[in-house]
Design a protein around this ligand. Structure first.
Ligand SMILES: Cc1cc2nc3c(=O)[nH]c(=O)nc-3n(C[C@H](O)[C@H](O)[C@H](O)COP(=O)(O)OP(=O)(O)OC[C@H]3O[C@@H](n4cnc5c(N)ncnc54)[C@H](O)[C@@H]3O)c2cc1C
Length: 83
């Protein structure tokens, strides 16, 4: 990032702190997708009244997660989509 800022002519750059978030974004290994992880999850959605949502289903970021989750809820509970 510092190198990118320098290409824009910004030279007074100091890194104060960095932090790594190893579990974000939530993405699946391609192998799991190939082996039907999404289909398997679809099969167990709602069992025992438990529903799984989040960025692994909808894509990274708050906008994708909230809009995608809204669509999932409307699909799972059609009565809510009509309201
Ligand atoms: C540092 C950082 C900066 C980001 N900046 C942006 C940004 O500027 N704009 C943007 O759109 N997106 C940003 N994101 C991405 C955004 O935060 C995620 O895409 C979004 O929060 C994913 O929502 P989620 O509901 O799938 O997961 P989360 O928001 O991570 O929610 C999962 C929840 O489950 C809880 N949990 C986990 N395990 C358990 C368990 N075993 N039992 C009970 N609870 C559990 C966690 O504590 C957490 O509250 C950022 C992410 C990070 C890490």
């Amino acid at each position: 990032m510092i190198a990118e800022l320098r290409t824009m002519g910004i030279s007074a750059c100091h890194v104060l702190q960095t932090h790594t978030y190893p579990s974000t974004p939530s993405v699946l290994p391609a192998e799991d997708v190939r082996h039907g992880w999404y289909d398997a999850m679809e099969q167990i959605q709602g069992q025992g009244g438990v529903f799984f949502v989040g960025e692994v289903f909808t894509g990274h970021g708050v906008t994708n997660t909230s809009m995608g989750t809204k669509k999932m809820i409307e699909r799972m509970f059609p009565v809510l989509a009509d309201e």
